[in-house]
Design a protein around this ligand. Sequence first.
Ligand code: ATP
Ligand code: MG
Length: 578
Amino acid sequence: MNENKPAGPPEPAVEPTAAASPSNFIRDIILDDQKTGKFQGRVHTRFPPEPNGYLHIGHAKSICLNFGLAKEFAGKTNLRFDDTNPEKEETEYVESIKDTVRWLGFDWEDRLFYASDYFDQLYEWAVQMIQEGKAYVCDLSAEEVRQYRGTLTEPGKASPYRDRSTGENLELFERMRAGEFPDGSRTLRAKIDMASKNLNLRDPVMYRILHAEHHRTGGKWCIYPMYDFAHGQSDSIEGITHSICTLEFEDHRPLYDWYIEALGIYHPQQIEFDRLNLTYTLLSKRKLLQLVQENRVRGWDDPRMPTLSGIRRRGYTPEAIRNFCSSIGVSKTNGILELGLLEHFVREDLNRRALRVMAVLRPLKVVIDNYPDGQVEEMEAVNNPEDASAGTRKVPFSKVLYIEQEDFREDPPKQYFRLSPGKEVRFRYAYFVKCTHAVKDEHGNVTEIHCTYDPATKGGNAPDGRKVKSTIHWVSAQHAVDAEVRLYETLFRTADPGKVAEGGDFTDNLNPSSLEVLTGCKLEPSLANAKAGDKYQFERLGYFCADPDSSPGKPVFNRTVALRDTWAKIEKREKDGK
Ligand code: ATP
Ligand code: MG
């Protein structure tokens, strides 16, 4: 599985299915390559995460693009861990990344690779470059290398070690590998052009000395290749055709091409596209790691995190994420998309699949005075109006119920059509119910309300044709399941959380009310044994997903997304400066 794979035999080109997703410039390049016979019609992509954190929604864009294009053209996609930096990488991240790619619905089959699989080959190639006068050992410190590099307006200065003899270079590089020198004391550099307009071509570092244990190669190496010296060659070894990456690598492409040409090996084509950015969201593993380390969130899979493990726990579905990624397309300029757009796709998907249930988050007790004591009726409720095959269920109705506190007002404003003294509403799937009076505690707070019901309205309609203006949800008190429900707002309160005042930190932009935990919520009994990951629409409230913290009889739910756009509200509050 981990052997160096040459570019496999050419595979037949296939006509792409025109109806798939909207075209984009990368797809157009592939279509063009198919016409001209470049890569013999093969499409072989790769997703190359560095295992230094959990994947986030930005990575989903790259995953969907790489696996999606390969699938469309009957090609292949490799999963390759770019593990050239031993200090920040961990096996935990490798496992979570594999799990997440699978969850998103993609399969790398037997093509799981690691850049570290190629360390021996890369070392040989470095030696080859020294022998051909294309690389040299440099004794400048990292700081000096920076100083010598010059700027965008000034050319760089040659290192005093640039003209070492091949023999000396070979000997020093071998001794670097043998561990004779301390970290940072020497590097191997490519001999390109210190006056190049592209700073990446000013004798870039190929290898650095780092006495560090690697998660896979252990203590075998104390020199490690730089990303640029590893990435293109890894693509080449694996026979990748289109090496798709984000725009910040555009300036690295000349170097990518230079190494491949200098080594005379198979040449994949690098193509850059725009990074996904979302409002109210940070997509940087380094910053997400900081949030985890500083306990600003409950871990990488905190449902407020933009990590795929976080939004999965929150209840986002892989289908919703894939639909979102396919709708946003790719371009050559970075921008920021509205978080509301992602939420739109989540709602759209959950609307199709989530079962409707009744749950009361902030309960107010209701006593139906004319309902027989001890009587329980099983009301027939529709599981999913979008999906007839989901069927119906029975929900118990009895004399004492809970409704939402906000569905009752003692002094209702004009447009308030829910319960208030003297007003009648429909209790979903049950009866017309009219409020008679409220009971209060010594502080004047309403503790319960009393009502009457009209037995002739069973099922929700009055034989005399009278109408009510609203329908509210309820849960029978004696049958209710107590639950904890976690409500989320955006993790950051500013639309561009990367923007910080001088001397500040992005954590200053954290939203202090991003998490609200409600306990004593009342759920209909069918939810008693909800399993982690089960998704529902709590009628009138939003979509909710059972959290792994649930235990039998004690469910914990995350609000995935509210029913309507909370978006507008958040923006308004922002504007009002509240
Ligand atoms: P971060 O900046 O979050 O650390 P990264 O680019 O360092 O991300 P990698 O593990 O190197 O993360 O990324 C793997 C692949 O995912 C790369 O091809 C990278 O270009 C792509 N990718 C990372 N972030 C985004 C994003 N926001 N939008 C689209 N693609 C992304
Ligand atoms: Mg990176």
